[in-house]
Ligand binder design. Structure first.
Ligand SMILES: NC(=O)c1ccc[n+]([C@@H]2O[C@H](COP(=O)([O-])OP(=O)(O)OC[C@H]3O[C@@H](n4cnc5c(N)ncnc54)[C@H](OP(=O)(O)O)[C@@H]3O)[C@@H](O)[C@H]2O)c1
Length: 312
């Protein structure tokens, strides 16, 4: 099978199409013929050698990719599932060595797989698992009561967008950040209030909520800057590991989507949310696998709205 991977981390050009043996499912696993794999910030971090705890400098081929969509093609021994060979599915992938979603075929635990949302193609389905599960994990970790006020930074991004939509479904009041060009897009996701992004966002937030918001999902990595806008004892969800103590009993809680990589009920709920319109699947552009370097350049340049997706 052909994968997109690299031997040594570096610039986007290190990505190449490489031939590897087809994987076979072991006990408890299934094999998917991948047709689409989305490009996420974590993939560009892995490729450039900037991932936290990454093993990408070990010799051998490294295949990025945490989101796969395609056709279920083989079910391993000991798998109990309602899924059948031929079903259109989506999966979250935890990359390691040659195991990553940028592959024609991938083997994953059955718990990492769900039916793809009906009415959407593989490319659209590939935008959902990783960031949908991250947004879900962030909200579950915050565990705010309905009616609480949640701020979302990086709201124009894929994870931030799902966070807004799922938070509204949970009955929260959502304040999101956006630059002028993104205001309509972010409001369209259901945010109750959209304030200008950047260093002025915490002050604007404080003007609206003088006692502070109950929680923050900090997709834009504002970290300490957002603390003044949070009420005493509030929680800030961080997505790159920040967990320093903060003032006034405010807690930074890091989350890792790997904790939901075997949460089939959560993934299937996202499928239902896509089908009923609670979450919208947004594709910025598609690339054939041999143009993966260009996809990574676009992702790293910023300004992408919706997800870039590689087709296999
Ligand atoms: N911990 C985990 O398990 C986990 C899982 C998924 C994602 N993540 C992380 O979560 C973050 C968001 O992921 P994503 O996929 O949503 O990324 P994304 O689609 O690239 O979105 C990030 C958004 O933040 C915006 N942004 C950049 N700087 C900003 C600033 N100073 N103020 C406000 N907004 C700003 C970006 O705008 P521009 O395009 O204009 O720069 C973009 O719209 C990334 O750091 C990713 O690595 C972590």
């Amino acid at each position: 099978m052909r994968v997109v991977g690299f031997h040594q981390p570096g610039e986007p050009e290190v990505l190449e199409v490489i031939d590897l043996p087809d994987p076979s499912p072991s006990e408890g696993e299934v094999r998917i013929r991948v047709h689409a794999a989305s490009v996420n910030p974590t993939d560009t971090s892995l490729r450039s050698g900037k991932s936290i705890g990454s093993s990408d400098e070990e010799p051998g081929v490294h295949v990025p990719g945490m989101d796969a969509a395609g056709v279920l093609e083989e079910i391993g021994d000991g798998v109990e599932t309602d899924l059948s060979v031929g079903d259109h599915v989506m999966a979250i992938v935890t990359p390691s060595g040659t195991h990553g979603a940028y592959s024609e075929h991938i083997v994953v635990p059955i718990e990492s797989v769900a039916l793809a949302p009906r009415g959407f193609n593989h490319v659209q389905a590939a935008t959902l698992p990783m960031n949908g599960l991250t947004a879900r994990l962030a909200l579950d970790t915050l565990a705010l009561e309905a009616g609480s006020v949640l701020a979302v930074t990086g709201a124009a991004g894929t994870m931030g967008g799902y966070a807004i939509q799922l938070a509204k479904k949970d009955g929260l009041t959502v304040v999101a950040d956006a630059k002028e060009d993104d205001e309509e897009r972010v409001a369209g996701l259901g945010a109750d209030l959209v304030l200008r992004r950047g260093d002025e966002f915490p002050r604007l937030l404080q003007e609206q909520y003088p006692d502070g918001v109950n929680g923050v999902i900090d997709g834009a990595l504002m970290l300490e800057k957002i603390v003044p806008a949070v009420r005493d004892g509030g929680t800030i969800i961080t997505v790159r590991g920040h967990d320093e103590p903060a003032e006034r009993d405010i807690t930074f809680k890091p989350i890792w989507v790997a904790d939901y990589s075997r949460a089939p009920g959560k993934l299937d709920a996202l499928r239902q949310h896509a089908e009923d319109g609670t979450v919208t699947l947004q594709v910025a552009d598609t690339f054939p696998k041999d143009q993966a370097p260009e996809a990574h350049r676009r992702q790293e340049a910023g300004g992408v709205r919706g997800r870039l997706v590689l087709e296999f």
